[in-house]
Design a protein around this ligand. Sequence first.
Ligand code: SF4
Length: 444
Amino acid sequence: MNNMQYNSFFLETYGCQMNVYDSELVRSLLIQTGLRETTDWKSADIAFLNTCSIREHAESKVHSRLGNLYAAKRQKPWMLIGVLGCMAQNLKEELLQNKPYVDIILGPDSYRKIPEYLQRHQSQNHIVDTQLSKYEVYEGLFPSREFGTNAWIAISRGCDKFCTFCIVPFTRGRERSRSLESIVKEAKQAVDAGFVEITLLGQNVNSYRSEKVAFPDLLQEVAKVDGIQRIRFTSPHPSDCDDQLIEVIASNPKICNSIHLPLQSGSNRILSRMNRSYSKEEFTRLVEKFRNAMPDIGISTDIIVGFPGETDAEFQETLDVMKTVKFDSAFTFKYSARPGTKASEYTEQLTEAEKGERLERVIQLQKAHTLSQNQKMIGKTVQVLVEKASKKSEFQLMGRTDNNKIVVFDRHHFKSKDMIVLHINDAYGMTLFGDIPEKEKICD
Ligand code: SF4
C-alpha cells in the first residue's frame, strides 16, 4: 500500500510507439509505488494522459479527454489529473492558463520523479516539470509491458535532425543513446517475461551510437540473446542507412527483412525545405540496395502531402517515386503546421481541400501498390510468427511474416508465439491468407 491517499491510476497513451514505451515506464513506476491500474477513468484516483503533439488531431483528442476527466474530478475533487509527454512539453502555458484543473504537467524526461511528485502534490497545487535532459535515457528502469509477442525497447531518445515540419526535437530534446549493456539486459528480461520478438525503438533509431557501438553492431548483439526469435526496429532515417546495416539485416536470420524508410516527399525542392538531407535519387538508390540484398524485403514509408509551397508538379513527383518504389505500405498524412517549427512559418500554406485531394490520391495509389506487392507473395511458403486471434473469426489466427505482412490462417493447433510455416494462397488489401503446406497437412 502506498503512503498517499491514492489507490488506483488510469493511464492513456496517444501518438507514437515511443509514447507507448514511455507509458510502460510510467506504469512500472506507479505500480512500484503501490498503485493499482484501472481502465476506468471515472473511478481512478489518478489519471495520466501521455500525449502527442505531432499533429493537431492528436492534440484535439487529448483536449476532449481532459474535458471528461474534469467532469469526473468535479464529482471527486481529490482526483489527480496529469498531462505527460509532448503536449506537456509544448503547451504547458496554455494548459496552466486554460485548464487549471490539470495538477501535474511533466515532459518526457521527467517521469523518474513521478513518485516524488505524487507525494509533493499533497502540499503543492500545480507541479510542472518540463526540463529536457541531455542525459536521461531511463537506464535501469524497466517497463511494465502488456502481454504479447513483441516487446518494444527504446535504445535512444530525442532527435537532432530538425526536419522543418517536426516538433519532436523541441518536445523530446537532443538525441542520446542508451548503453549497449542496458539494452541487452532489457532484451534478456523481456525474453524471461515471455516475449519472443524485440522491436528496437528510437526517434531516429539507426543513428544510435554508444561509445564504439553503432546501430548495426547493436543489432548483432541483441540477436545473440537466447530466446529471441525476431528483431525489428523503427524508425530509421534514410540518410543514416549504410552498407553495414544492409549487410547485417541480410545476413542475420533473426533480424527481419523489413524496413520503414520515410520518404516524406518525392520532390527534391520540398525535401530540401523539409531539411530531410537526401534527394529522391539517393532515396531510390537506397531502396535498390536493400532490394538487391534482400529481394523480398518489406518496405514501408511515411508520406506528407501538402507541405507549404508544394506545387501540383512537386506532388506528382511524390506519386512518381511511389510508382518507382512500390512501397509495401505507407503512413500517409496531410501536412499539419506545428507552432514552433520552421515550416509553420512558411507562408505558402495549402488549403485543407487541396491537401485532402492530394491525400486521397496518395491513399488510392498506395492501396494498389500494397495489393500488388502482397499478390507477389501468393504461392510462396513463408515463416509466420503467430500473434493472436484474428479480428474477424474466432476460428482463425493472425501472425506476421518476416517482411512484416499480416497473414490470417485457420487456427488448427497453433498458439501465440509459435513460429510456423504457411503457404500463402491469397491476398486481399493489407492481408495475406495462408494455410499449412500440403505436405505438412498430411502429417498434421
Ligand atoms: S528525423 Fe525528422 S521527422 Fe523524425 S523525429 Fe527527427 S525531426 Fe522528426
